[in-house]
Ligand binder design. Structure first.
Ligand SMILES: *[C@@H]1O[C@H](CO)[C@@H](O)[C@H](O)[C@H]1NC(C)=O
Ligand SMILES: *[C@@H]1O[C@H](CO)[C@@H](O)[C@H](O)[C@H]1NC(C)=O
Ligand SMILES: *[C@@H]1O[C@H](CO)[C@@H](O)[C@H](O)[C@H]1NC(C)=O
Ligand SMILES: *[C@@H]1O[C@H](CO)[C@@H](O)[C@H](O)[C@H]1NC(C)=O
Ligand SMILES: *[C@@H]1O[C@H](CO)[C@@H](O)[C@H](O)[C@H]1NC(C)=O
Length: 452
């Protein structure tokens, strides 16, 4: 039985191996890399437009430090924030531009706030100012406004202007590509005044029916950190305690957490929590060479920059690294899933724990073990799938969205690549095979199962 089943499977897989994944055009400016530059667990929320330009919403001081640890060289804030602006995100304090300047410089980043209070953000003049400012900034640059909306418009318009006037400029952006990239990022720039600016910058006629994003809810950007996949499906890396309230207010209904729990089959299985000035990818419990992560002797050896000042961590810190992070559900050992569960269950959001190891292999069977819970989560409405760096969940989320909304294999391959993951017959093959069986061959799979 097993033999004949595998035989049928292999046959079917061979038939569809000829699908050419490289021929489809992506709705991104470049083939993106996985989000987060060189610190993927810390900066998973940054959205790459080009290797030099990444988009974010208004940053906390911690996020500015994370950006420096990820390898960003400068921060550009579209707006100038004074003391009287709304200055919190889910209760977490958001620095003014003056404070962000100090935090950036302390972290070794350049900082610039572009527009004054009377400047119009979605305007030809804003694009001018942006072009002028770029000359002075080291790259890569983390570009932000409140929720990553207007800054994306200005950045893409800058690229469109470059495309128009500089024959050597790459990637080329015209109005059609602009609208496809925006829709793919979940952003709607189809208001009439914006269309006029697009036409002015590109020198092309106003586009009649540009593609629009399909995100539910439309105002998902209130939680700007999420990566939209399709309709009600979004991915994220590790969320903070303070994000839960924002997710509720934004209209999310469920959280699916794919990180490992405190134990797995009775064996301790906590993942690491992110810590300031500490390398990611250093294991919670240590290994043969290195002891448990969160004690001072070990932490000193896995600092990113041993020369950082203590003030980098906090005003009163006595060391130049962090050893605990309760804001991201860390305890004395590492990331504690129980803490997150308790916090989410105290909210109106439904919580699903679907643990999958970060180095786990995907397969048709691995997905069948999670499919029902994912589909149930999808039925609740907008659902945020998260893990540590928005990687595991991207692979799974694209497939779950495809199954809920009847999207096919080639759609899934395009979408996962737009999110920054190059799945193909020779790259991340386990994911490729999983998609192939569940999507392209969905019906055959069912009938094969029934026959056996
Ligand atoms: C577009 O590029 C040209 C050539 O570099 C420049 O002179 C012009 O100011 C730019 N326009 C905007 C809106 O930035
Ligand atoms: C484009 O916008 C600029 C600045 O607002 C304006 O001076 C110019 O006339 C506009 N050009 C076109 C073709 O609309
Ligand atoms: C730290 O400072 C020492 C002495 O000034 C220097 O040799 C070393 O390269 C610095 N390390 C880093 C990571 O900057
Ligand atoms: C994780 O958090 C829970 C809830 O606070 C706590 O009971 C537990 O001791 C923590 N750590 C471990 C390893 O279970
Ligand atoms: C298989 O059949 C079930 C029940 O008819 C259906 O819900 C599902 O969408 C089909 N395809 C896959 C890939 O499960």
């Amino acid at each position: 039985m097993l033999f004949s089943f595998c035989f049928v499977c292999t046959l079917i897989i061979q038939i569809f191996s000829s699908v050419d994944v490289h021929s489809c055009e992506l709705d991104t400016a470049v083939q993106r890399k996985p989000p987060g530059l060189h610190a993927r667990k810390k900066v998973w929320w940054a959205k790459e437009i080009t290797p030099d330009f990444h988009i974010a919403g208004r940053l906390t001081s911690r996020q500015i430090k994370y950006a420096s640890e990820a390898g960003f060289k400068s921060v550009l804030s579209l707006y100038t924030y004074e003391g009287d602006e709304t200055s919190s995100f889910g209760g977490e304090y958001l620095p003014t531009s003056a404070e962000a300047w100090v935090a950036s410089h302390q972290a070794g980043l350049q900082f610039i706030a572009l527009l004054g209070p009377w400047d119009n953000d979605a305007s030809v003049e804003a694009v001018h100012k942006f072009s002028d400012a770029l000359i002075h900034l080291k790259r890569p640059i983390l570009l932000h406004c409140n929720r990553g909306y207007s800054i994306t418009f200005v950045t893409l318009m800058y690229m469109a202007n470059q495309s128009r006037y500089d024959p050597a400029y790459q990637p080329k952006i015209n109005s059609e590509r602009f609208y496809r990239i925006a829709a793919s990022m979940g952003l709607d720039f189809t208001a009439d005044d914006m269309k006029q600016v697009v036409s002015n910058i590109t020198g092309e006629p106003v586009i009649d029916n540009p593609p629009k994003p399909n995100c539910e809810p439309k105002e998902w950007r209130d939680f700007w950190l999420a990566h939209p996949i399709y309709k009600n499906w979004y991915t994220a890396g590790q969320i903070r305690k303070t994000d839960i309230k924002v997710l509720e207010d934004t209209g999310f209904k469920a959280i699916v957490n794919m990180r490992m729990g405190v134990t797995d089959n009775g064996i301790p299985s906590q993942e690491a929590v992110t810590l300031l000035n500490i390398k990611d990818g250093t294991p919670t419990y240590g290994d043969g060479l290195i002891g448990p992560r969160q004690n001072d002797e070990i932490l000193k050896t896995i600092r990113l920059d041993p020369n950082k000042s203590n003030e980098y961590v906090s005003e009163k810190s006595k060391v130049n690294y962090e050893s605990r992070n309760s804001g991201e559900f860390g305890d004395d050992i590492g990331y504690n899933e129980t803490l997150e569960r308790l916090a989410v269950e105290a909210s109106t959001l439904k919580y699903y724990h679907v643990p999958f190891p970060s180095d786990g292999k995907f397969s048709t069977d691995a997905f069948s073990l999670m499919k029902d819970r994912l589909m149930e989560a999808g039925q609740q409405g907008p659902v945020l799938l998260h893990c540590a760096s928005a990687t595991r969940v991207a692979y799974v989320g694209v497939l779950a969205a495809a199954l809920q909304h009847n999207k096919d294999f080639s759609w899934a391959l395009k979408r996962i690549r737009e999110l920054g993951f190059e799945v193909g017959p020779d790259k991340d093959m386990d994911v490729y095979e999983m998609y192939k069986v569940w999507l392209k061959l969905g019906d055959e799979w069912n009938s094969t199962k029934n026959e056996l």
